[in-house]
Write a protein that binds this ligand. Structure first.
Ligand code: ADP
Ligand code: NI
Length: 213
């Protein structure tokens, strides 16, 4: 029999097939690998982190009808492959608590939740983060940059999902803030380098925009 992780990989791959806004299978694959790396370093439970990372986007209201429907799907899946009750509840709690939602989420105290959130956030910054930002903006028909539209300083969950954004403003509204929101030591270390890379990109972007380079 296939083990629970391999079965879950197959399940998630099928669920996210063809997702076009940066939540594709390869996002899940990267987040899972990063979560495992951080988990080993931080001494977190590897099975819980792996399973939560694999399933973390299935409860996203952008992908399915609602968060409730997504969570129900995850719960049914964990029951189908007979994950023990305590582990099942832990995985579900992680998935419910890690979503960014404009930075309005609760602070996390559980180590495994911290690990998976760090891994998910790391995938939003650095070279991959830059690429995902423009993929998302393109899928929503947002402009690349508009000099008259300033980044919004405080932002509600509704505004975060809204259409008034530009791709460049997303860096100031979210991506450049993530470095300081990392939970674990390993996450902070990885974020630092990716953050520098984004800042370099933005410097170059504005030089070119202004015709200075
Ligand atoms: P999460 O699932 O962690 O809450 P999101 O679903 O908000 O993340 O975002 C998925 C990807 O799309 C991330 O890389 C994020 O930076 C990017 N993204 C989200 N909102 C915007 C936006 N308004 N403009 C550009 N990129 C965005
Ligand atoms: Ni994600």
């Amino acid at each position: 029999m296939m083990d629970k992780v391999q079965q879950t990989i197959n399940f998630v791959r099928e669920e996210l097939e063809g997702e076009g806004t940066g939540h594709d299978w390869w996002h899940i694959d990267r987040v899972t690998n990063t979560a495992r790396r951080i988990a080993k370093q931080e001494g977190a439970d590897l099975f819980i982190c792996t399973m939560a990372a694999l399933l973390h986007d299935l409860a996203d209201e952008k992908l399915f009808e609602s968060e409730e429907v997504g969570i129900k799907r995850v719960r049914d899946w964990l029951e189908a492959i007979e994950v023990v009750s305590e582990e099942k509840e832990q995985i579900i709690t992680i998935i419910q608590t890690i979503s960014y939602k404009g930075g309005n989420g609760p602070e996390l105290t559980n180590l495994e939740a911290q690990v998976v959130q760090d891994a998910d956030r790391l995938d939003a910054i650095g070279a991959i983060g830059i690429a995902r930002c423009f993929t998302y903006a393109g899928s929503k028909g947002h402009v690349l940059h508009h000099p008259d539209l300033k980044p919004r300083t405080s932002i509600t969950k509704e505004e975060y999902r809204g259409s008034a954004g530009t791709a460049i403003n997303h860096f100031y509204e979210k991506l450049l803030k993530l470095k300081d929101l990392m939970n674990t030591k390993t996450g902070k270390m990885l974020a630092k380098q990716r953050h520098q890379y984004m800042k370099q990109f933005l410097d170059q972007f504005f030089y070119e925009w202004e015709g200075k380079k």
